[in-house]
Design a protein around this ligand. Structure first.
Ligand code: NAD
Ligand code: LMR
Length: 340
């Protein structure tokens, strides 16, 4: 499914190094939920990614072919196709090597991410069932909330279908890292793109554990009360946006940006680039839970290595212990739903 193209040097987006290859393998990417608040800006960014040959946009919304027609007018070489309704899903998925899923309901003020479970669990289950039959080897990047439960659901569906590869089912937590870099960049008075802060655990409230002690360059805050305040701001940043949007959804633009960055990391790994690092919520044995957000590297089969989180301080150890029961509960809920 990958077309071989002549030698090129491509400038990869989002801070990636210039990177020459002897043969350029172009890749089909499907976005499921492409008509939504995240799906549209995410697709806009992916249309500009030189590693993609074909972008298949799928949504149940009737205007999806219109989104595809609109994007197809951008003067980039990526072919864009629009697919609406379940009968067109397999067309979108066939030959896709990466499938990004932002399909599902967003929060309204007063809701937790777990309150989305009942609506979004069956959406992710049904989409994953189609992936299992139409493109079982695709790398799946799950944005839909609650991520802590959706990754276990997708994994169980793939297991039942006999096509599960834990390296290919990834929960997208990049927005937590993007926010941490932004906030520390503001505090330190530096370009946030030069700041790296690993975020581990999961993607909801207290399960979001920013490792500010590992910030590079070091975060200027030293007072424990200020560190605690910043940690809570990162954990509640999604809620900050939900409140500010006052009933009209949650983070979409910053998530589109973060989703495109995560997708680019997958693509760079597929192309054989080494040492591409992002955090993701993945199956691993780092903690008591079956799934955990951690820095990972990418390769030709999706996740290549679990890098782990190294040395953490007493405060981070405490908030991690406090988060674990919630994370275990979220994961169990997803596994039990899929096993039903
Ligand atoms: P949205 O309502 O704007 O868009 C969702 C889209 O999904 C809609 O176009 C809808 O038609 C589509 N959809 C619904 N059911 C579908 C199905 N069965 N198949 C295909 N498409 C379907 O919502 P949004 O703001 O784009 O958010 C989407 C999801 O992403 C939410 O669950 C939200 O909580 C989550 N989210 C996650 C993160 C993260 O960091 N992982 C960040 C922001 C939002
Ligand atoms: C976020 O972190 O912005 C997303 O998970 C959306 C939400 O509901 O907060």
């Amino acid at each position: 499914s990958r077309a071989l193209k002549p030698v090129v040097s491509v400038a990869l987006q989002n801070g990636a190094k210039n990177f020459s290859t002897t043969s350029e393998m172009k890749i089909k990417v499907a976005v499921l939920g492409a008509g939504g608040g995240i799906g549209q800006p995410l697709s806009l960014l992916l249309k500009q990614n030189p590693l993609i040959s074909h972008l298949a946009l799928y949504d149940i919304a009737p205007f999806t072919p219109g989104v595809a027609a609109d994007l197809s007018h951008l003067d980039t070489p990526v072919k864009v196709t629009g697919h609406k309704g379940p009968e067109q899903l397999c067309d979108a998925l066939t030959d896709s090597e990466v499938v990004v899923i932002p399909a599902g309901m967003p929060r309204k003020p007063g809701m937790t991410r777990d309150d989305l479970f009942n609506t979004n669990a069956s959406i992710v289950r049904d989409l994953t069932l189609c992936i299992a039959s139409c493109c079982p080897k695709a790398i799946i990047a799950i944005i839909t909330n609650p991520v802590n439960s959706m990754v276990p659901i997708a994994s169980e569906v793939m297991k039942k279908a006999g096509v599960y590869d834990p390296n290919r089912v990834l929960g997208v937590t990049t927005l937590d890292i993007v926010r941490s870099s932004t906030f520390v960049g503001e505090i330190n008075g530096v370009d946030p793109r030069t700041v790296k802060v690993p975020v581990i655990g999961g993607h909801s409230g207290i399960t979001i554990i920013p490792l500010l002690s590992q910030s590079q360059p070091p975060c200027k805050l030293t007072d424990p009360a200020q560190i605690d305040k910043l940690t809570k701001r990162i954990q509640e940043a999604g809620t900050e946006v939900v409140k500010a949007k006052a009933g009209f959804g949650s983070a979409t633009l910053s998530m589109g940006y973060s989703g495109a960055r995560f997708c680019n990391a997958i693509l760079r790994g597929l192309k054989g680039e080494q040492n591409v690092v992002e955090c993701a919520f993945v199956k691993c044995s780092l903690a008591e839970s079956e799934y955990f957000a951690t820095p990972i590297t990418f390769g030709k089969n999706g996740m290549d290595k679990v890098l782990g989180y190294g040395k953490i301080n007493e405060y981070e150890q405490k908030i991690l212990s406090q988060a674990m029961p919630e994370l275990l509960k979220n994961i169990k809920k997803g596994v039990e739903f899929a096993k039903k």
